[in-house]
Write a protein that binds this ligand. Sequence first.
Ligand code: DCM
Ligand code: DCM
Ligand code: DCM
Ligand code: ZN
Ligand code: ZN
Length: 269
Amino acid sequence: WGKEGHYATCKIAQSFLSEEALKAVKELLPETEGDLASVCSWPDEIKYMYKWQWTSELHYVDTPDFRCNYEYCRDCHDSSGVKDRCVTGAIYNYTEQLVTGYNASNSVVKYNLTEALMFLSHYIGDVHQPLHVSFTSDEGGNTITVRWYKRKTNLHHVWDSDIIESAMKTFYDKDIDVMISAIEKNITDGWNNDISSWANCTSGEEVCPDPWASESIKCSCNYAYRNATPGSTLGDEYFLSRLPIVETRLAQGGVRLAATLNRIFDPFP
Ligand code: DCM
Ligand code: DCM
Ligand code: DCM
Ligand code: ZN
Ligand code: ZN
C-alpha cells in the first residue's frame, strides 16, 4: 500500500487493541503517544537508504506466473534465492522478535523492538495488498502500464494508491479519516460476523501470514489482473467493482494486525 493504505490499516488496528497491547505500543513508540498509524509508513521511507536496502525485498512475495497460488517454502525467498526473505517470512521474524524480546522480562535486549513493531505493522498491511502477492514476471503489476482514467500509471500503483485516492475524492470528502470511519462502520455492522474469523490464527500461533498471502494471490487473479491488460484504460467500471475489495483488505489487515499485537503483548488475556 501507499501512505494512505498503511495509515488506514494501522488506524483501524488501533481501535481493536487490548489495554495491554496499547500499553506496549505506547512504551515502544513513546514519541507517538501510542499512535501506531503515524509510523506505519516508516519502512517505505527508509527502504532506499543504503543502510536499509536489505529490507526492500521484504515488502512482497513473488509467486509463479499464472498459477494463482502461494506456498511458503516454494515462494518465500529474495531475488538471490535466500530463504525466508519475503513479506511472510518478515512477518514471522518480527513477530518472533517481539514475542521473545518483550515477554521475556529478564532477557538481554537482542532486538530493537521499536523497529520490530514498525516493520511488523507495515508488513501485515502489505501482505493484504493483493498485488504484493502476485506474479514474478510482471513484478507485482509494476511492469503493467495502464491508464487510470486519463493518467498513465501502472497496475501496482493503481492498487497501492490510485483506487484509495479516487475513493477519497469521490466518496469521502478528500479525507482519509472519513474513509477509515466508513470502513470501521462496515466492520462493526456489515462484516460483524466475519471479524472473529478474520482475527483467528491456527491455535497456538501468534501470527499466520500464509493464509493471508493465499487470499491475496486469489484476489490478484480474480480482481486485480482481470481486465487490466497492458495498455488498457481503467475507469468507473474497474474502480467501482474493485473498491469494495480494497476496503475489505484494509479492514482485514487492520483487524489482523490488532489481533496479532493482542496475542503478542497479552498472551494470557
Ligand atoms: N521512530 C522510533 N524509533 C526508530 C525510528 C523511528 O521511535 N528507530 C519513531 C520516531 C518518530 C517516527 O518513528 O516519531 C518517525 O520516524 P522517522 O523520522 O525516522 O521517519
Ligand atoms: N518459518 C520459516 N522461517 C522462519 C519463521 C517461520 O520458515 N524464520 C515457517 C516455518 C513454518 C511456519 O513459518 O512453516 C510457521 O513458523 P513459526 O513456527 O515461526 O510460527
Ligand atoms: N513490489 C512488489 N512486487 C515486486 C516488486 C515490487 O509488490 N516483485 C512492490 C514494492 C513497492 C512497489 O511494488 O510497493 C514498487 O516497488 P519498487 O519501489 O521496488 O519499484
Ligand atoms: Zn506496493
Ligand atoms: Zn511496503
